[in-house]
Design a protein around this ligand. Sequence first.
Ligand SMILES: Cc1ncc(C[n+]2csc(CCOP(=O)(O)OP(=O)(O)O)c2C)c(N)n1
Ligand code: SF4
Length: 288
Amino acid sequence: MTTIKEYHNNISPNWCPGCGHFSVLRALQVAAVKLQIPNEKLTVVSGIGCSGRFSGYVNAYSFHGIHGRSLPIAQGIKVANKELTVVAAGGDGDGFAIGLSHTLHAIRRNINITYLVLNNQIYGLTKGHTSPLSDIGTQTKSTPTGSLETPIKPGIIALANGISFLAQGFSVYQEQLVNIIIKAIQHDGFSMVNIFSPCVTYNKTNTYQWFRKHLVNLEEVQGYQTENFETAMNKLIETDGLCTGVVYQNSNSTSYLNKLSQNGLTPAMDTSLPLTRGDFEEIINLYR
Ligand SMILES: Cc1ncc(C[n+]2csc(CCOP(=O)(O)OP(=O)(O)O)c2C)c(N)n1
Ligand code: SF4
């Protein structure tokens, strides 16, 4: 029986007190316990940012990658060993600025991994620059007179690009976040959870109070159907992306690994073999 204690690794997060990222970390740990995923079967990959530190705080296999590159690493891990539950985590800058193309390709590739976007609409780690998700008018050190650019809408981009599972959460709605992450992990395909995770130090606009006022909980919308693409797109437009819950799920989508096997192909690595530490020279010689 895996317990929450086993998902802690005794490293204290160095996030600012009140940062939304704490709650996302906790939600993943609780979800992993509820799903009874053994520690050694969970792999957490992150990019760079305050959110990038995420992978270091979970007692599981983890990989702290480079900025904007959590998804290629996470997809590679899943294809190499499909027995693992692979979760990638990163900030809105990580996934929608430098890493945007990887996000789009991961969506269309539909490899069975879960992507947690810790969205604070700002670059936290670099001390509060605007991000491509910052609202127009956001004043930061990089836009002292206010951002002039139209923000990217992550949900709409993901849906338009054919995502098979899209959910949105809020750090404060812990129970909903846990349930969403469970559904995302269980989904057979690429799942993205866009989480409003306030940066209390640098984003003075999109605060906890602001989100409480603006977010629409889709679970409270009568008759909302998560399997209906058009309803999902309309709801994102209508709420300006400010909604929580499972936005869209296509349960009939075929994941990349299933497509491989349907075509008589196997992933690059034979996962029936135990992982061994190979002789480096021997491996290099294979490619000479
Ligand atoms: C290749 C590269 N470019 C730029 C940076 C500088 N950098 C580090 S974190 C970051 C953005 C952080 O913002 P976000 O991804 O939204 O995460 P947060 O810190 O807000 O959680 C940037 C631009 C870097 N580390 N590597
Ligand atoms: S700077 Fe912002 S995102 Fe980074 S730890 Fe502090 S509150 Fe969180």
